[in-house]
Design a protein around this ligand. Structure first.
Ligand SMILES: *Cc1c(COP(=O)(O)O)cnc(C)c1O
Length: 394
């Protein structure tokens, strides 16, 4: 490999590697693919007049989603943020609790914690998975928490650390074995933010099915879309029933009477969105195959460039490669912005990773551990065009 002499040369090489794979004049970061029964099911749904929160597509979508993921139950929600909120409530998160979440995640994870009246407690991430750094977190919890009445207490704030919500970044599964161990050792409920990892497996098991509850998203930029939408995965019949009840205004079923047994939510996915979802689920295996093929093409295209590596799935994992990612060697971190500028100006959409959440003013008072791993990742990760159609020969 030839050494890279200056930032401009590296930016040119990255753009060239993307272009060679995309084979187009421009490419978005992530576009949906509608190649199946989308129009057919949407028409059927409109013709039925059942477009809102009741209808056969919602039921069908839930059954098929459960079957695809191997979860016993799936409950469709209006979006991924609502699914995450519901998941945390089901895990027992209440006002003034703390919830451990990575600083390196989309803001929705922290928002959902805040909707419960709880406080996000930011933890560090590592390079292999982009997920929570288990060894570092274990040492941190050992030093900074104590057990009281079956609860994990933060020694500094005296608040209960009720749950941990890992996120499977860009579709790469976090270290779930390590997370399960922490959950058990410290009495902290595991809730997975699997919004980005539909179709991703850890040791042969689908992400989102390891914790008490998992949350998925079907936003327009995710692997499959329902326009807007989300779902909750769980193996507990009791929690699945509760999720349906709380997401339909806690209405007690009755032929005509309006009775509600608690303050609840209108979080159910409309039938119209579920119709789109049913069609998208049918083509999901094909989409994932295309995204995995795209990843191999990118790997080859970037393999000759010094200073950049392409992110491959972690060991024992099968990733959906939702967003394809390159990592700059730390000595090239100062070239990141030039690469972003050059690729975007040339019509190839690239993005930096999210700003770390502890920097936002709304989370300024949240507890956090040393975040040096996440800070390094923030400086060196770039997402490149990732649509499934790029892996289908366009
Ligand atoms: C997309 C996403 C969500 C939630 O998505 P919605 O847009 O509300 O459907 C939550 N967490 C992460 C990490 C996400 O990427």
């Amino acid at each position: 490999m030839n050494p890279v002499r200056n930032p401009e040369e590296l930016a040119d090489k990255v753009l060239g590697a993307i272009k060679a794979v995309a084979g187009l004049d421009s490419a978005m970061l992530h576009e949906p693919t509608f190649q199946g029964n989308e129009w057919k099911y949407l028409k059927e749904c409109l013709d039925s007049t059942f477009v809102s929160s009741v209808g056969k597509f919602v039921d069908q979508f839930e059954v098929e989603l459960a079957s695809y993921t191997g979860a016993k139950y799936a409950v469709a929600m209006v979006n991924g943020s609502a699914a995450l909120h519901m998941a945390l409530l089901l895990a027992g998160v209440v006002r003034d609790d703390e919830v451990l979440i990575p600083a390196l995640t989309f803001v929705a994870t922290a928002n959902a914690v805040t909707y419960c009246g709880a406080i996000p407690h930011f933890v560090d991430s590592e390079k292999q998975t982009f997920g929570i750094d288990i060894d570092k977190l274990s040492a941190y919890l050992q030093a900074n928490t104590l057990q009281e009445g079956g609860n994990c207490i933060n020694r500094v704030t005296r608040r209960v650390i009720r749950a941990i919500a890992p996120m499977h970044v860009f579709g790469h599964p976090s270290n779930l074995e390590g997370l399960l161990k922490i959950s058990k050792d410290y009495n902290i409920a595991l809730v997975e933010d699997a919004a980005e990892s539909l179709g991703s497996q850890y040791c042969g098991r689908h992400t989102g099915t390891f914790g008490i509850v998992g949350a998925l998203s079907f936003n327009g930029n995710k692997t499959i879309t329902t326009g807007g939408g989300g779902a909750l995965l769980t193996n507990s019949l009791e929690l699945a029933r509760l999720a349906k009840h709380l997401s339909t205004t806690a209405k007690i079923p009755h032929q005509w009477e309006y009775s509600h047994d608690c303050v609840a939510f209108n979080y159910r996915m409309p039938n119209l969105n579920a119709a789109l979802g049913c069609a998208q689920l049918e083509i999901l295996p094909k989409l994932i195959e295309a995204k995995r093929k795209l990843a191999l093409e990118y790997r080859n295209s970037f393999s000759g460039i010094e200073g950049v590596s392409f992110k491959l799935e972690p060991e024992n994992c099968r990733s959906n490669y939702w967003l394809q990612t390159i990592i700059l060697d730390s000595k090239h971190a100062n070239t990141r912005d030039r690469i972003l500028e050059k690729t975007n100006q040339s019509g190839f959409m690239t993005r930096p990773v999210w700003n770390l959440l502890h920097k936002f003013k709304q989370f300024a008072n949240s507890p956090k551990m040393d975040l040096s791993g996440a800070i390094d990742l923030e400086k060196t990760l770039i997402n490149i065009p990732s649509s499934a159609h790029l892996g289908m020969g366009n």
